[in-house]
Design a binder for this molecule. Sequence first.
Ligand SMILES: *Cc1c(COP(=O)(O)O)cnc(C)c1O
Length: 387
Amino acid sequence: MTGVTYAGELCIDLAAISDNTRRLDELAGSAGVMAVVKAGGYGHGLVPSALAALRGGATWLGVAQLAEALALRAAGITAPVLSWLYVPGADLEAAVAAEVDLAVSAPWGLEAVAEAARATERTARVHLKVDTGLGRNGVLHGQAYTDLLHRARALEAEGAVAVVGIMQHFAYADSPGHPEVLAQVARFDEAVAQAEAAGCRPQVRHVANSAATLTNPSLAYDLVRPGLAVYGLSPVPDLGGPQDYGLTPAMTWTAPLSQVKAVPAGQGLSYGHEYHTPTDTLVGVLPLGYADGLPRAATNVGPVQVAGERHTVSGRVCMDQVVIDLGPDSPAQAGDRCVLWGTGRDGEPTAQDWADATGTISYELITRVGERVPRRYLGAEATWPLR
Ligand SMILES: *Cc1c(COP(=O)(O)O)cnc(C)c1O
C-alpha cells in the first residue's frame, strides 16, 4: 500500500455510475437523461461523475450552482449543462459565455440573464423553472408565471434569450401515490400550454428526479433529471432498494483500524462513556469521525463491517475517531480494513443502512464525506484527458 490513508479511502466505481445511467436511460424510454452532478457529483467527484454519466448515455448534465457548471466546462465537457441556482450579482456573463443553460425562477433572474446575453452578444438559453407546488425556488404558477412568460417572449423577440426548456420539481416524488404529484403535473402541463400559446417553443420539458424516474415512467417527458439513482442509491428505500431497480451503489468507504486492544468488562468507551463493555472484550479504534462526515448521531448505532462481520459503533462518535466493541473472539488487528458503507453485496453496510440507523437520508451522508478522506477512482482509465 502506498501513501497515507489516514481517514480511510473513498472508492468510487465509475463503471457503476455509467451502468446506473444506462439503466435510467432505459427506464426513461424515449426521453433523454440529464444526470444531476451537483454537490461534487453527490460526493463522488464532480468531473469524474459527469464523465462517467456521459459514457453511460446521459446527454445533459444538471447542477445547482454556476461554479459547478463552469468547472464542468473548464474540464472540457461540451455536453449541454443546466444550472438552476444563482443569486443577484452572480457572474451570469461567464455562464452565458460558457454556453451554460440557466434556469429562470424570478423576474430579476430573467432580466439579469438578458443583461448577460447583451453584454456577451449571445442569446442566453433559459429554462423556465415553475413552482407548481413544491414551494421552494421557481416562479409560482399562475399570474407570476404568466407575467414572466410574457417578459420572456419580449426578450426572445429582442434576441437576448431563447426559452429552450420548462421544468418543475416535485414535493412528493418519493410518495408516488400522493395526490400532490399529479396535481403538480397538471399545473406543469398548463404552464407548458401557456408557454406554447404565448409563442415559446421549449425543446425540453423536464420534471422527473430519481424517485419519479424510477416509480413513474409516464413522467419522463423529454428529459429525466435523476441525481441519487445515478450513484446507485434508492430515493424510495421503503419501496425498493438499489437492486430492485437495477442500480449499484458507486461509493465504498473503508478505513483501517488504528488500534485493537483488550479491555475489561464494565469499561466505558469514548467521551461521556455512553457505552460500557458488557464482558471482557476487544475494542477497535477507527481513525475517522464527524469531521470526516460520520454523523455524530451514529453514536451506539452506526454499522461497521470488521474482519467480515457486522459490528456497531460503541460510544460517542468523536471528531477524528470512533470505537467499536468487537467482542472477545474477534480476529481483527490494527491495520485491518473496515467498511463503513459500500454496495452491501458482501454483507457490508450500505449508506442506506447508515441513514436508517441515524435518522437521515442517504443523500445527506454521501454528500458530506470530508475533505480528509482520499478518493480513489475505479474504471477511470480513458476518462482523462477528455479530448
Ligand atoms: C437535486 C435535484 C434533482 C435530482 O434529485 P434526486 O432526488 O437526487 O434525483 C433534480 N432536479 C432538481 C431541480 C434538483 O434540485
